[in-house]
Design a protein around this ligand. Structure first.
Ligand SMILES: [Zn+2]
Length: 62
């Protein structure tokens, strides 16, 4: 069970630099896409990806 998958940006569907193992668990992870420059908060559990924040809200809070 060593299947690793690339994490894709939920906004533009391009490959990010993050790989997910079969047992990777992320919670409220701020995924920043270098391509479309959107930050999307996601949760990942066993390669199932949940988008927590709508990427349309383009609020630059930093
Ligand atoms: Zn993107």
């Amino acid at each position: 069970m060593s299947g690793r998958v690339w994490l894709y940006c939920p906004v533009c569907n391009s490959k990010t630099r993050i790989q997910l193992r079969a047992d990777t668990i992320l919670e409220n992870f701020p995924l920043f896409c270098p391509k479309c420059k959107h930050e999307t908060v996601i949760s990942v559990k066993y390669q199932k990806i949940l988008t927590l924040k709508e990427p349309d809200a383009l609020t630059q809070s930093r």
